[in-house]
Design a protein around this ligand. Structure first.
Ligand code: 9MG
Length: 276
């Protein structure tokens, strides 16, 4: 039986209905003037818009994890994300911090983040201890390789089984380290070291991941595999992203991570009305 509530610091996220995580990238290419000045107020306004549109939580990230993305220095990442986390948490939002770095995890939780979203599943030395020292929820994501090179030639025997076994292993390590099961979310990591065919196999096999009992988060929003299916550029992938979110929820995903909050929330409302 999947966990029906997620403990996130002082919050408890009821998972008896699907939840929407809005994506807030605070990188110079997202809210900036020609890529040079990061505009914090515009980022905060965007987060407030997503919350007004029905986002249940906001995922704040200061380091791009797109294929080919270069790593970001810890000091730069801290300077980007902490003021934003602090401002949103003070306004009562449930904030997730998207980071692989232990120091950023600790600082973000101290600033009010209630979830740690780690695309590296707490494998960086010190990350597990950092997460365990907090009361935040943790999202453990599967990735083959690292963002700079992960799409070069991803290879699996049985992609669904390998991803599931890896994630369950990481969840067990978390529990051994003192992170309660009620704080753990698993994520198959669509697009992270996976071809289109591998992503589709994973999507179809999502119920196997759900059957582990941990809540599952799915993030397909605007990703290149949706572009490969539809032939659309990244800024034209909203309908495809909404369809992908619904497909994930239909297979048991508890949380969907999306850019297009309003459209996803509407689609989920219709879904819920029909499904009962
Ligand atoms: C940061 N990030 C980008 N894509 C993601 C995904 O699919 N899942 C999670 N948890 N984080 C992601």
């Amino acid at each position: 039986m999947p966990t029906r509530a997620l403990r996130c610091g002082p919050h408890v996220l009821d998972l008896t209905r699907p939840r929407v995580m809005g994506i807030l990238n605070v990188t110079p290419d997202s809210f900036s003037d020609g890529g040079r000045f990061f505009d914090r107020e515009r980022a905060l306004d965007h987060a407030r818009r997503m919350l007004a549109d029905g986002a249940d939580l906001i995922d704040v990230g200061g380091e791009s994890t797109r294929p080919g993305a270069a790593p970001v220095d810890e000091a730069d990442e801290l300077a980007r994300v902490i003021p934003v986390v602090d401002a949103l948490a003070r306004e009562g939002a449930l904030v997730s911090i998207d980071t692989m770095k232990p120091a950023v995890m600790r600082a973000a939780v101290a600033a009010g983040a209630a979830m740690i979203n780690d695309v590296n599943a707490l494998q960086v030395p010190g990350a597990m201890d950092a997460a365990a020292s907090t009361a935040a929820a943790v999202c453990l994501m599967h990735m083959q390789g690292e963002p700079r090179t992960m799409q070069a030639a991803p290879q699996y025997g049985d992609v669904a089984a390998e991803v599931r076994d890896f994630l369950v292993g990481r969840a067990q390590s978390c529990e051994t380290s003192g992170i309660a099961r009620e704080r753990i979310v698993l994520d198959p990591g669509f697009g992270f070291g996976k071809t289109l065919a591998q992503n589709l196999l994973l999507a179809r096999a999502l119920p196997e991941l759900v059957a582990t009992g941990y809540p599952v988060l799915a993030g397909w929003s605007r990703k290149s595999s949706l572009g490969a299916i539809t032939g659309r550029d990244v800024d034209e992938r909203m309908p495809a992203s909404v369809a992908a979110a619904l497909a994930a929820v239909a297979r048991g995903a508890a949380i969907v991570r999306v850019h297009d909050v309003r459209e996803t929330v509407d689609a989920l409302r219709v879904w819920h009305a029909v499904e009962g």
